[in-house]
Design a binder for this molecule. Structure first.
Ligand SMILES: Nc1nc2[nH]cc(C(=O)O)c2c(=O)[nH]1
Ligand code: SF4
Ligand SMILES: [Mg+2]
Length: 216
């Protein structure tokens, strides 16, 4: 079995509630969506075709027990990932970053799944299934302070009480502008109804620390 793999690298999880844990990232190429704010467009056409053995060897070369599958949309390679998990076994903890449009029946094999729904492409049947799992974190992207009302309604519609808000850092946006927009989002968040739920705001720390480099 083979898959298009964009990059495999060792870093810290620098987004979401698992912030700070060292992990090996396996970034698959390709996505079923095409978001205008996508920060991994390079994953669409920069890849190597790799076998299961090549990927598992690359993972084993790092001395780290946490493996994060990301993309693109990693679940376009669901059976490849399932085989990797079965092969690598119980000494590893597996994590997933997905856009929440594809469901897999081995979802419970992941220690933690980050589902980041995109409002232009919501699949409520799939999102409902993820919302019923106890290993799922919903990470909702925030464009500006006005986006919070839509996010409130979205969480309510799926009966979701806990989530992570992540301000979007547009690919060609200057850092100062992102920081100012983030400060405005924080002020609006503090005044919103979301403060009555288990909702937190966490920025993409790698974008600040490494200035939008890839593979970090
Ligand atoms: N350090 C680091 N943390 C991340 N968390 C999620 C990432 C992703 O691109 O899915 C990512 C990434 O690309 N780098
Ligand atoms: S779902 Fe994620 S990887 Fe796919 S196009 Fe949108 S932002 Fe990019
Ligand atoms: Mg990313």
């Amino acid at each position: 079995m083979k898959a298009k793999v964009c990059e495999i690298f060792y870093s810290l999880q620098l987004e979401g509630s698992m912030l700070g844990y060292p992990a090996v990232f396996v970034r698959f190429s390709g996505c079923n969506l095409n978001c205008k704010f996508c920060d991994t467009k390079y994953a669409f056409n920069d890849y190597e075709i790799m076998s299961l053995l090549q990927v598992s060897k690359a993972i084993c070369n790092y001395n780290c027990k946490r493996i994060i599958f990301t993309g693109g949309e990693p679940l376009l390679n669901a059976s490849f990932i399932k085989c990797l998990i079965d092969e690598l076994g119980s000494k590893y903890d597996f994590f997933l970053e997905t856009n929440g449009t594809i469901w897999v029946d081995f979802a419970s094999k992941f220690k933690h799944i980050v589902v980041s729904p995109k409002f232009d492409n919501l699949n409520f049947d799939v999102l409902k299934k993820y919302s019923l799992q106890n290993n799922v974190e919903f990470k909702v992207l925030v464009e500006n302070p006005d986006s919070l009302k839509q996010i409130e309604d979205f969480l309510k519609s799926l009966n979701i009480n806990s989530a992570t808000l992540q301000p979007i850092y547009f690919p060609d946006e200057p850092l100062n502008q992102f920081l100012e927009r983030t400060r405005n989002i924080i002020e609006a968040f503090k005044q919103s109804k979301l403060t009555n739920k288990d909702v937190r705001l966490i920025i993409q720390n790698h974008k600040i620390i490494y200035e939008k480099q890839r593979g970090v």
